[in-house]
Design a protein around this ligand. Structure first.
Ligand code: FES
Ligand SMILES: [Fe+2]
Length: 366
């Protein structure tokens, strides 16, 4: 019998093979493509405040350093000495007047030029202008610093697209930092993201820790390779995070956006925000089975009760438990991923498509 029904949608399914989570070769390809050629979140602008402030990071296998110059401008360079290539700086800190290589003391300005080197007569014909630090790209958007190892990267806003609007009502640079910590989890970075973009577990894994939200009304959409999610509060006009954490509503925050706004910006920025807080997790893949998370949380004002406002940690702990459990299970020959929820986990299939596409189109000859 012919029914006047539209065909059932193709079932959502998992596309990446198990080796995507366990193999060093796969990991290396991701590092050389996804993480070496795209814009990625590095730190907050105010974490590199003041003349000479610097922050080092690795974008894939590319060692980078962000430095604030005499003109107040943040720049991004490869963190590699132009003499013999040692890494110039580690961690974060403040430079007096420039970068001095510890090995043979070549001296670079805060703006990246080679200023001086010992025994210059040893280098006949050396052209200092050609031996400044190699530039990478950097842009600050809404208080957040993004870098791209490519020196001539297309504009950041091309990459963010409509994600900029999705993340826009929050001005993290104007909020109060209450958390900035790093933790390491024993799971592949993609498992953490798959959990982050899974709307199905909200009812169950977070039955206690995520409250006051109308899960059945959640919506998500792909934005280029990224993901934008929103779910409204159970009671219109009532902020669940205000209720739960006692944190005040961010000044001027629009009541129609109460609820939970969540995002994933390829390749390394996961975030969530509400009427009282903004939280960002920078994903740092370490090895196929290990990932560092850099968690930053900011709020609009101090909570009613001192010491509250940290309820997000419980949510992260619950998520980490789940993804570490999957990673362990992957070493079993019996490990299989079953069907995905049509509405709430199809995002994972979309994520996989994007990973595969970017690893292909972003392939770098190394
Ligand atoms: S490697 Fe830096 S000065 Fe020699
Ligand atoms: Fe979760």
């Amino acid at each position: 019998m012919k029914a006047n029904r539209s065909p059932a949608p193709e079932a959502a399914r998992y596309l990446l093979p198990p080796e995507a989570y366990t193999s060093q070769a796969w990991f290396d390809r991701e590092q050389a493509t996804l993480f070496a050629r795209n814009w990625q979140f590095a730190c907050m602008d105010d974490e590199a405040a003041g003349l000479g402030a610097y922050v080092t990071l690795d974008a894939g296998r590319e060692p980078l350093v962000i430095v604030r110059g005499h003109d107040g401008v943040l720049r991004c360079f490869y963190n590699l000495c132009r003499h013999r290539g040692v890494r110039l700086l580690e961690g974060t800190g403040r430079l007096e007047s420039g970068i001095s290589c510890f090995y043979h003391r070549w001296q670079y300005s805060l703006e990246g030029s080679l200023k001086a080197l010992p025994q210059p007569e040893q280098f006949p014909g050396l052209c200092r202008d050609e031996l400044g630090l190699q530039a990478a790209s950097l842009q600050v958007w809404n208080g957040m610093v993004f870098v791209n190892p490519l020196p001539d990267a297309p504009p950041l806003l091309n990459w963010l697209g409509a994600m900029a609007d999705h993340m826009d009502p929050w001005r993290p640079g104007e909020l109060i930092p209450i958390e900035h910590r790093r933790m390491t989890i024993r799971a592949n970075w993609k498992l953490f993201i798959e959990n982050h973009i899974d709307g199905y577990h909200l009812w169950y894994l977070h039955a206690d820790s995520v409250r006051g939200l109308d899960h059945p009304k959640q919506t998500w959409r792909p934005v280029g390779p990224h993901w934008a999610f929103y779910e409204p509060p159970l009671e219109p006009g009532v902020s669940p995070d205000r209720q739960q954490f006692g944190t005040p509503i961010i000044e001027g925050f629009d009541e129609t956006r109460f609820g939970s706004t969540v995002w994933w910006v390829m390749p390394n920025l996961a975030g969530a925000a509400g009427a009282t807080f903004w939280s960002a997790i920078r994903i740092i893949p370490i090895s196929p089975g290990e990932t560092a998370l850099e968690i930053r949380t900011r709020i609009g004002g101090l909570p009613d009760q001192p010491g509250s406002g940290g309820g997000l940690d419980q949510i992260v702990d619950e998520d980490v438990r789940a993804v570490e459990s999957i990673q362990r299970a992957m070493s079993s020959a019996a490990f299989r991923v079953g069907p995905l929820s049509n509405d709430f986990e199809r995002s994972i299939q979309t994520f996989h498509k994007n990973i595969l596409r970017l690893m292909e189109t972003g392939r770098r000859e190394v």
